[in-house]
Design a protein around this ligand. Structure first.
Ligand code: NAP
Length: 283
């Protein structure tokens, strides 16, 4: 079997074109969706992610505002800024680019953002709503993954889903969203014993570890759906995922590539959440 490759880049493009039209219609009604991104320090990877987000905002017509602050910014200064953004009516989404410098408590910052403007979906209230199965801002990478599965009409209900990785931004929420779709979900992590027992049994395998070639075709069940979340920069500068693509492609029914897989969907769901927030504020 040779898997169908799910190009998140193609789905992202088509969704962004739909969003562009929707934003145009909102603007005709005087509603301009606005996203403010706060970037602390000069980490090149964060700068590049932020540029990608701004470019995507520009494309669909979301008003994006980048606030860049030095790494010496104190937690109090950042909290004061968030408080101002929370009460600014032109701001529908607030995103503080992670990771933050060590002297700033990340959780305190996440919890300071108004849940109504938490377009990253990291606030405990939004996480709680997601766990309760309610509609809310879902974290962008997991939401993008579910959207990709649905775009291909891949059945989730009743399927064995295995998630490798249990971070708060990817592993845990993607497992929760799969559970909400009635999958039977197992999480694997660095303390899991005999991991291949789980991976080889998975109908849907989500890999979010951050290690190049962590899994290969021999770890995968024939006909599985493989979603590779990992982004690893190799010595030659190229990006690669967590899954050895060529061998996995021969076993899987569907597989996502890196790049052009999950990554473009993450930013697209951020746009989705920002537009949703703008509509909610104007209801
Ligand atoms: P993370 O916070 O570092 O979490 C990695 C997870 O992998 C942890 O839960 C860890 O387990 C687990 N793990 C590490 N070594 C393992 C091993 N040997 N066996 C089994 N599990 C192991 O990373 P993350 O933020 O979730 O990101 C994961 C990857 O996805 C990274 O490559 C990141 O760049 C990428 N990513 C991509 C996007 C996108 O839009 N494409 C978005 C976010 C992240 P423990 O909990 O036990 O330590």
């Amino acid at each position: 079997m040779s898997a169908e490759v799910i190009y998140g880049s193609e789905l992202a493009e088509s969704l962004r074109n739909q969003m562009k039209e929707e934003v145009g219609e909102l603007k005709n009604k005087g509603i301009v969706p606005g996203l403010t991104v706060v970037l602390i320090g000069e980490d090149p990877a964060s700068q590049s992610y932020v540029r990608g987000k701004q470019k995507a905002c520009d494309y669909v017509g979301v008003e994006s505002n980048l606030i860049e602050l030095p790494s010496s910014t104190t937690e109090k200064e950042l909290l004061n800024l968030i408080s101002k953004l929370n009460s600014d009516q032109t701001v529908h989404g607030i995103l503080v680019q992670l990771p933050l410098p060590n002297h700033i408590n990340e959780q305190a910052i996440i919890e300071a953002i108004s849940p109504e403007k938490d377009v990253d979906g990291f606030h405990p209230i939004n996480i709680g709503r997601m766990i309760a199965g309610k509609d809310t801002f879902f974290p962008c990478t997991p939401f993008g993954i579910i959207t990709m599965l649905k775009s291909k009409n891949i059945p989730i209900e009743g399927k064995k889903a295995v998630v490798i990785g249990r971070s708060n931004i990817v592993g845990k929420p993607v497992g929760q969203l799969l559970l909400n779709e009635n999958a039977t979900v197992t999480y694997c992590h660095s303390r899991t014993e005999n991991m291949q027992e789980y991976t080889k049994d998975a109908d849907i395998l989500i890999v979010a570890v951050g290690r190049a070639n962590f899994l290969s075709g021999e770890d995968i069940k024939e006909g599985a759906v493989v979603i590779d979340v990992g982004v690893n920069r190799m010595e030659d500068g190229k990006l690669t995922g967590d899954v050895e693509f060529d061998s996995a492609k021969e076993k899987a029914a569907y597989i996502t590539p890196v790049p052009k897989g999950v990554g473009p969907m993450t930013i697209t769901m951020l746009l989705h959440n920002t537009i949703k927030s703008a509509k909610q504020f104007n209801q």
